[in-house]
Write a protein that binds this ligand. Structure first.
Ligand code: SF4
Length: 208
């Protein structure tokens, strides 16, 4: 019986990215400028998952490059993480919803296989869910970020089991001082969590 990741081994992250560039599984392909697949080391221990591309991300083809991206850079520094060396960053949706509206359940479902495969290929020890859509998708339940931010959970997504840390989407810091403060606190705590990464157990589910 082959594990999901054995089945994925023939495909590289780059090939998966090429697949998304031709993807027409949901309506968002009609309005995208670029697919925003993800950036970072292919074997990062920490993976960050946001919601979807915004205007600047759609233009650049990279996640978190606008004001929210600058905010995230500062937060990563606070946690002692380097964006270039330590963290793989992606979103639930690889394309931008028009006018930055919320993702629909149909779009999330259509894009799910890409995130599942990314996670199985990268094999992170820790996933950081940025915002309620990411946390809800990765935990398979509705999440109140205002109540659950800063908490560490067990995650099982796409056949990969690891730890998951919940926080706000960095864009929330641009709209309110309260969220900005909570994000700072969360990422300070994340720095402590990351120091224990070597103790975290991961596991792969054998299916099919
Ligand atoms: S958002 Fe995802 S599922 Fe929809 S077209 Fe883009 S890559 Fe495909």
């Amino acid at each position: 019986m082959k594990s999901n990741s054995e089945k994925d081994t023939k495909q590289t992250l780059e090939e998966l990215e090429n697949e998304t560039e031709a993807c027409t599984r949901c309506e968002l392909h009609k309005t995208r400028t670029n697919v925003v697949f993800g950036t970072g080391p292919a074997k990062a221990d920490v993976m960050m998952v946001g919601e979807a591309a915004g205007y600047y991300e759609d233009q650049a083809g990279e996640p978190f490059v606008g004001a929210a991206g600058k905010k995230l850079d500062g937060l990563l520094k606070k946690a002692g993480l380097s964006r270039e060396n330590d963290v793989y960053i992606t979103n639930i949706l690889k394309d931008r919803p028009p006018e930055n509206r919320d993702p629909t359940p149909e779009e999330i479902e259509a894009c799910r296989p890409y995130l599942e495969k990314q996670i199985r290929m990268i094999k992170p020890k820790l996933i950081v869910a940025l915002g309620r859509f990411a946390a809800g998708e990765l935990l398979g339940r509705s999440v109140s970020v205002s109540k659950e931010h800063g908490s560490l959970e067990d995650s099982s997504y796409g056949g990969w089991h690891c730890r998951l840390f919940i926080s706000y989407h960095p864009a929330a810091a641009l709209y309110g001082a309260d969220a900005a403060m909570k994000l700072e606190e969360d990422f300070e705590k994340l720095g402590e969590v990351v120091e224990k990464l070597d103790e975290f157990k991961t596991a792969e589910q054998t299916t099919l």
